[in-house]
Design a protein around this ligand. Structure first.
Ligand SMILES: Cc1cc2nc3c(=O)[nH]c(=O)nc-3n(C[C@H](O)[C@H](O)[C@H](O)COP(=O)(O)OP(=O)(O)OC[C@H]3O[C@@H](n4cnc5c(N)ncnc54)[C@H](O)[C@@H]3O)c2cc1C
Length: 1125
């Protein structure tokens, strides 16, 4: 629907198609095409009838007079006699009847000739079928004009017949508009009738051509600004019309036109050259036409005697050295013909520019069919299948050519083809970039990082598509492959992908008719996957796993080409609507490319080996070694005593270095992503949260999500235990994920970027564990894709909700539905516009045993009766756009199939939901504690100089944030403390002042910031705070990892005590560490210049959000006492 609306302007379509192919596409051969494009400024051709489309009354009269012995010229004189008020003109205005006309006309003719004139017989002849027959040359011309998208009209001075109908012996369907004088009551040359015709056509006078045989009529048209063409005989008129319109109107060779003025070549010199080449006996005039396409390398059809040839030459003017290399085309076609690839037979290469002005080559003309529409209308499914199979096998033939044997080993550079191509198209895109296109930006980063490792080198066509093939008119045989301009040596899979572009484009796509809205099975056309498979089968290759990469690259290339075309079209004439539309076409193509990149990212991600547990025993294999690295950061490595390949499976890995290789790689990628994308974005994300738009998702965050997805850094949280086949997530163990989670905890924005944020994680886990297949399809999949968000509604203002059995909201069964009534608050994520699911906890049966009264229902957020009361704040922070909402459920009706597990199972579900979630919270708290400690150590006074460049303190460099220039990783104060950043980044941070000045300021560490005569570091309390914080973080981390390890090897239930302990420990620890950091920062620590205040609020809230500390303490004590003798 969207694409249909997007591309509905046909005018826009042809313009784009023409421009796109001008850039990429040259057409060396003529063949019948099924569609046409317009190529002049005219929009309509208006035809007079008598004398133009059918014989004129004057001509009919001349013959009739001879046969009827009437003095020559009598009729003509009588026709014009009386002018406006003569019988003929009155008859044509419809002012008199046939009988009246004939009577008056008879009298007039007889007076003039002094003899009786049988005008009735003349009238019968004039209007009889045999005489009033359209000229075939005109009929054909009209067909061609309409095929080019121009309108046609007939503007006739005609009359009524005795049967009451108007005289119009034409096929009305051939005309967009018919204007008849007898109906309108106005005759040519009255200007009103021309205006009427133009108005009905909806064109300006200058956009139309008028053909008539009578000078007064033409004069009147010309005075209105209409282009005119006098018709003496139809043949000559059509030739003149061809010149005016710039395309062929008579079928000589399909898709040819008279040679354009600017593209003319010296005929005499060419004729002499051809006669020399073909032999002296070659006689007859040389006929020359130009092919419609092939503007890049102009291409001509030549007929000389019985020879039909195609000439292809470089364009005139100064050219880039490597461009328009017709010599290369000649070379490859010659070589391929010898290798059995169907190509037009090349005859001669002339590099002597003196013959026709530029080098050229000649080949035989190859008549046949070109299928422009990839849906192959009018054919049977079996024929379509055969055509695509033939296309596939001819591509295999090209790719199987032994390049050495045919002498093409130096036809292009060998190896690294894709890298070079990617760089070329990035450069091209950058050179024509007009505004920032997020998908292109992502692709520019993504493509170089995902270049396929294995690349074959073969001949590559470079533009292999169905409409570059000439088929036999009766058989499904490819007679010739055209357009070798982009051919080279390279990775053959690029050709396979390029030939599948149409599969992903809609049928009304402006530059290339697509198939995405067609039912391919019904049509008999192979899908892109089948096409790739067919290729592998023909080539004897294993299935191509990374074909999504090739599709991503192909669409990226198309988007880059379109961007170039667009930039060139911005000459000032393009209307803003056209420009907007063009922008959308590029956006559409680049988004398609990005979709493929995302699919490829997922494929790589899924391919990573499953991290299956080796043993489920409760002990650790790790034998920790403590190695402090050069920067003095935490870096002890646990070398497990089993093989390194399986190091982290079921092991208690206490530092990331001990993780198994694939997980360690993932950890490193995540870390790199945090450094390259997340930290630098924090400043802007924070600004969004403080802006009026804060209740809508930040576009920057959405963009980062897409990037993370394509990196496979997505849904890392789902534990292996509940997703052993890695159907939904990364298949990490709790310990493995804990390390990744710590990294994510370093930025408040990171969890959502990787689709690992609460409450969605808990809800997704709940759906994976307990959801039915239908529930998963409806709710889980969009959540996993990051398209929607969700909330969990348990807490109620009127009861102590730390005890889930207190929950009072009611769920009643009524008429086959569940009806919900209740009041909830502190529901995180509720206010997010993307929130579509509320996982609702309520009471189904107040009389059941205490732990079986509750149930969990999946409630669509758009259900009537959900009334949001207000957003709540945590120390004044709103946590937009998700927020924490208060909400009423007022008779909300939900289908019964939305119940999870069954009535009374709510308590069980709530318990199951919390295990891994608690590890996540705690490890994130450890991440933000690390960052707080790092900030404390790198304590900076942040001497922001707010002023213009030059007003900064000496020694401080400054730069303007301008255009597309990206701030480096440390563009926010918050970043000064990312432990992973290099030393330089630690010591310098860039701060954007409110006048827009970005200045680099030295970060004064606790060593250099002085208070009361001593650096801060020498103040005992600060030292103690740093030491205490380090110890507490380490303690907490070990405990959390132990809990995670226990969950991995012994299950959630066995880990209950440890889970309760970490809940007691981690939030309080984090709160204390963060608080010390705030203290070390002075008042700045409370400001939003640093993440500390936000961290502090978060850690404090977590002492409730997962249940209050006391509840966990009580649980620990209870379990401890259980073991008392
Ligand atoms: C930022 C934030 C986000 C939240 N998000 C959600 C959400 O998405 N969905 C949701 O349903 N809820 C959410 N909550 C609510 C949270 O789960 C509850 O606040 C929590 O369960 C405590 O319930 P309560 O507030 O009703 O406190 P109460 O149960 O009224 O407890 C009040 C106090 O009583 C004491 N107390 C309670 N039990 C014991 C005990 N056994 N022994 C000793 N003392 C005890 C504690 O000091 C406790 O703090 C969120 C809360 C916050 C702050």
């Amino acid at each position: 629907m969207y694409t249909r609306r997007l591309f509905q302007s046909s005018h826009h379509q042809w313009a784009w198609r023409a421009a796109f192919w001008k850039h990429i596409w040259c057409r060396p051969q003529g063949a019948h095409r099924r569609t046409h494009s317009r190529s002049s400024n005219y929009r309509a051709v208006i035809f007079d009838m008598g004398g133009v489309l059918i014989p004129s009354p004057g001509r009919v009269a001349t013959e009739w007079e001879v046969q009827n012995h009437v003095p020559s010229g009598t009729i003509l004189k009588a026709l014009i006699a009386g002018g406006e008020n003569g019988p003929w003109m009155k008859f044509m205005r419809g002012a008199i009847t046939v009988e009246d006309f004939l009577q008056e006309f008879r009298r007039l003719c007889s007076e003039m000739s002094k003899t009786s004139v049988p005008v009735d017989s003349f009238f019968s002849l004039l209007t009889c079928e045999q005489v009033a027959k359209p000229f075939p040359v005109m009929t054909e011309a009209i067909t061609q004009i309409r095929a080019k998208g121009l309108q046609t009209a007939v503007l006739s001075n005609n009359f009524y017949l005795p049967n009451g109908k108007s005289f119009l012996p034409l096929d009305r369907k051939q005309f967009d508009v018919v204007v008849e004088s007898c109906i309108e009551g106005v005759c040519k040359p009255d200007p009103r009738i021309y205006k009427l015709c133009l108005e009905r056509l909806g064109v300006q006078p200058s956009e139309s051509i008028f053909l008539d045989d009578l000078t007064p009529n033409l004069k009147a048209a010309a005075s209105l600004g209409i282009h005119i063409l006098k018709v003496n005989d139809p043949e000559t008129a059509v030739k003149e019309l061809e010149t005016l319109l710039g395309f062929a109107l008579r079928i000589v060779v399909p898709n040819t036109r008279p040679v354009r003025k600017t593209m003319e070549i010296p005929k005499d010199s060419l004729e002499k050259y051809l006669k020399d080449m073909l032999g002296s006996q070659t006689t007859g005039p040389l006929e020359l036409f130009q092919f419609d396409h092939g503007q890049s390398n102009p291409t001509y059809y030549i007929r000389l005697a019985n020879h039909q040839l195609v000439l292809r030459k470089k364009p005139p003017g100064k050219l880039l050295p490597s461009a328009h290399a017709v010599e290369r085309e000649f070379r490859i076609m010659k070589a391929l013909a010898n290798a059995g690839v169907p190509v037009p037979k090349v005859l001669d290469l002339c590099e002597d520019s003196s013959i026709i002005g530029t080098p050229f080559y000649l080949m035989e003309y190859c008549p046949g069919l070109i299928y422009k529409d990839p849906s192959l209308p009018g054919l049977e499914p079996s024929q379509r299948q055969a055509i695509y199979t033939a296309m596939n096998s001819v591509l295999c033939k090209i790719h199987s050519v032994d390049i050495k044997a045919v002498g093409l080993e130096n036809y292009g550079k060998q190896g690294d083809y894709i890298s070079r191509q990617v760089q070329t198209w990035i450069k091209q895109y950058r050179a024509s970039e007009t505004s920032t296109n997020p998908a292109m930006e992502r692709l520019i980063e993504w493509l170089p990082l995902h270049i396929p490792e294995e690349q074959k080198t073969t001949v590559v066509h470079g533009d292999f598509r169905l409409d570059n093939l000439i088929f036999h008119p009766e058989k499904t045989e490819v007679l010739a492959v055209l357009d070798w301009e982009l051919s080279t040596l390279g990775d053959p899979l690029v050709d396979v992908a390029f030939s599948c572009l149409a599969h992903y484009l809609p049928s009304d796509f402006p530059i290339l008719r697509g198939l995405s809205d067609c039912d391919l099975t019904q049509l008999g056309i192979p899908t892109a996957e089948e096409y790739f498979r067919m290729y592998c089968l023909h080539m004897g290759l294993p299935p191509i796993e990374n074909w999504n990469f090739y599709m991503a690259f192909s669409f990226f290339r198309v988007a880059a080409i379109l961007q170039g075309v667009y930039k060139r079209s911005l000459t000032g004439q393009a209307s803003s609507a056209t420009a907007k539309q063009s922008g959308k076409v590029i956006e559409f193509t680049s988004n398609l490319a990005w979709d493929f990149a995302v699919k490829e990212g997922f494929r790589i991600f899924k391919k990573m080996p499953a991290t299956k547990l080796l043993k489920r025993s409760y002990h650790t294999w790790a034998s920790p070694q403590c190695l402090l690295n050069a920067t003095g950061m935490r870096s002890y490595i646990s070398f497990p005593d089993t093989s390194r390949a399986n190091a982290s499976k079921g092991a208690l890995v206490i530092s990331p270095e001990g993780l198994s290789q694939p997980v360690r790689e993932q950890y490193c990628r995540l870390k790199r992503f945090m450094e390259q994308h997340v930290y630098p974005a924090e400043w802007e994300l924070q600004r969004h949260q403080a802006s009026v738009k804060r209740w809508t998702p930040s576009p920057l965050l959405e963009d980062l999500k897409e990037k993370a997805k394509a990196e496979g850094l997505w849904n890392l949280f789902l534990p292996l235990e509940i997703d052993p086949e890695k159907k939904y997530g990364a298949g990490l163990t709790n310990v493995e994920y804990a390390h990744l989670c710590e990294l994510m905890g370093m930025s408040p924005y990171a969890p959502e970027i990787f689709n690992c944020s609460a409450p969605d994680t808990g809800n997704m886990e709940l759906l994976v564990r307990y959801g039915t297949e239908e529930q998963k399809a409806r709710w889980l999949m969009p959540l996993l894709e990051g398209k929607t968000r969700s909330c969990f509604a348990m807490t109620e203002p009127q009861v102590a909700s730390s005890d889930a059995t207190n929950i009072e909201s009611s769920i009643r069964e009524e008429n086959g539905l569940y009806v919900i009534n209740g009041h909830k608050w502190w529901i995180s994520g509720l206010l997010d516009p993307r929130c579509q699911l509320c996982v609702f906890m309520g009471r189904t049966d107040p009389h059941a045993p205490r732990h079986q009264q509750q149930s969990v229902l999946l409630v669509p957020m758009d259900s009537p009766g959900i009334k949001i009361v207000r957003p709540l704040t945590v120390y004044g922070l709103e946590d937009a756009p998700g927020g924490h909402g208060e909400v009423l459920f007022d008779h909300v009706r939900v289908p019964k199939e939305n119940m999870v597990l069954g009535p009374g199972r709510g308590f069980e579900i709530a318990q199951g939901r919390l295990g891994p979630g608690r590890i996540h919270h705690c490890m994130r708290l450890i991440g933000c504690s690390e960052r707080a400690l790092a900030l404390m150590k790198a304590r900076s006074p942040m001497q922001i100089k707010v002023g213009r460049k030059g007003a900064l303190a000496p020694g401080l460099s400054s730069r303007w944030r301008s255009g597309r220039q990206r701030a480096p990783a440390a563009s926010t104060p918050c970043l000064a403390a990312i432990p992973a950043l290099p030393a330089q980044t630690w010591l310098n941070c860039q701060v954007e002042g409110f006048l827009g000045v970005v200045c680099t300021v030295p970060v004064l560490t606790v060593k250099s910031r002085v208070a009361f005569g001593k650096p801060l570091v020498e103040q005992g309390t600060l030292l103690a705070d740093i030491a205490q914080s380090r110890v507490e973080i380490e303690q907490a981390r070990l405990l959390v990892l132990k809990a995670a390890h226990l969950m991995d090897v012994a299950g959630n239930k066995a880990a209950a005590l440890d889970i309760a302990m970490i809940k007691m420990v981690a939030p309080s620890m984090a709160y204390r560490v963060i608080d010390r950091a705030i203290q070390a920062f002075g008042a700045a620590g409370l400001s939003s210049d640093y993440p500390l205040a936000q961290f502090s609020a978060g850690a404090r809230a977590l002492r409730f959000a997962d249940g209050p500390d006391e509840v966990h303490r009580a649980a620990v004590a209870k379990m401890e006492l259980k073991h008392c003798p």
